[in-house]
Design a protein around this ligand. Structure first.
Ligand code: UDP
Length: 379
């Protein structure tokens, strides 16, 4: 079986790492990197640290508006799909790379498998929500990470194509989060010299459009870190780096460590050792949960409802007092509660692709030939 996997952003590299390693034992994988994330510490470092095979194609597409980026990716991905003629297109998550690849493949009648299907925020101003919904509706195989994802699919009438497999981010966390020691991590501050991670610290990531498109919200979030009882390590995403540096330099924040993004081994180690987590990232919310760390999520919608139990993860507005107050709430951990699976989702993903291709052949026996013949023509 030939599977073409399209990745483009940091969280997809992490999922691709665990899936690729198993997939390649039995099948041929063509790995396509769209180029959406391209800085060394947002891309290449992940390929090196996680031993991800080199991409067969790097499309070098990033930046621009959502439509520009998605459109350019669709055109380039269509060319690769036409050349490679894979049995499956495999995509992860909710980025523009995910949507572009899914649309291009669906229009060529190449079946799409979407991992992390069914995740919903019910907030249509969240750009990733549009990507999630559209990708799910053009996919042939929908692999949900959690029961809530599967239930969301069912509500949209997609359950026939759906399967609950568990979360490959959990598999990755189990595999990689103990590979390095905290004292081996060297942070690269955006202003100043390299430094080690403080003994006690909070770990923060914050880069969503919702929090970083103007000064006001990001400044409030920075103010919250000033009110905490330990420094906050904040690796800054390139999209809001300039704003973060400017705010940091024009206010006297003493407890905030603004630094370059770290690799996944470092990030997972920081999660495990932090006092508590502040984030607006879907991945980090789950990793906080995996590590049993209290998390405050600065968003006004829930992406992973399974984490929102017993004070383990709470939503906050970008308001300093609210963030600090919620961080102080004590969580309760039920160790028997494991909504992200058993750490073997990758086996189920590969299995589903193997079973799915057989189903696809049977179901589409009659029309596949005709579809493939005129697959590149639009009307
Ligand atoms: N992460 C990382 N280095 C960093 C910050 C985050 O490796 O400097 C990891 C983090 O541990 C998580 C993933 O990146 O696994 C989350 O990616 P991101 O926040 O970009 O996307 P999201 O999860 O919100 O889709």
């Amino acid at each position: 079986m030939k599977i073409m996997t399209v990745v483009g952003a940091r969280p997809q590299f992490i999922k691709a790492a665990v899936v690729s390693h198993l997939l390649r034992k039995k099948h041929t994988e063509v790995l396509v990197h769209t180029g959406q994330h391209f800085d060394y510490n947002m891309s290449e470092q992940f390929f090196k640290e996680l031993d991800i095979p080199d991409p067969d194609y790097n499309l070098g597409i990033s930046g621009g508006t959502h439509a520009e980026m998605t459109g350019r990716m669709m055109i380039a991905i269509e060319n690769v799909l036409a050349k490679e003629e894979p049995d499956w297109l495999l995509v992860f998550g909710d980025t523009n790379s995910t949507l572009a690849a899914a649309l291009a493949a669906a229009k060529l009648h190449i079946p799409v498998c979407h991992v992390e299907a069914g995740a919903r925020t019910h907030c249509m101003t969240n750009p990733e929500e549009i990507n999630r919904i559209c990708t799910d509706h053009v996919s042939s195989l929908l692999l949900a990470s959690t029961q809530s994802g599967f239930d969301e699919m069912a509500r949209e009438g997609l359950q026939e194509k759906g399967m609950l497999v568990g979360d490959p981010m959990y598999d990755a966390f189990l595999e990689y989060s103990s590979r390095i020691a905290l004292d081996s991590i060297e942070l690269t501050p955006l202003t100043g010299d390299k430094l080690n991670v403080p003994k006690e610290f909070y770990y923060m990531t914050c880069h969503r459009e919702e929090n970083t498109n103007d000064d006001k919200d990001l400044l409030e979030i920075f103010k919250a870190t000033e009110m905490l009882d330990a420094p906050t390590v904040y690796p800054v995403h390139p999209r809001n780096k300039q704003r973060a540096i400017r705010l940091f330099e024009t206010h006297s924040f003493t407890k905030l460590i603004l630094c370059e993004p770290v690799g996944y081994l470092e990030s997972a180690c920081l999660v495990k050792n932090a006092k508590r987590i502040i984030t607006d990232s879907g991945g980090l919310q789950r990793e906080a949960f995996f590590a049993g760390k209290k998390c405050v999520t600065i968003l006004d919608f829930v992406v992973w409802p399974e984490t929102m139990v017993d004070n383990r993860n709470e939503l906050s507005k970008p308001n300093a007092e609210e963030i600090v107050e919620k961080l102080e709430h004590e969580q309760k951990i039920d160790h028997a509660y494991s909504p992200f699976g058993d750490g073997h989702s990758v086996e189920r993903i590969v299995n589903a692709l193997e079973q799915g291709i057989r189903q696809e052949v049977v179901l589409n026996e009659v029309c596949t030939d005709r579809m493939r013949k005129d697959k590149s023509k639009s009307h």
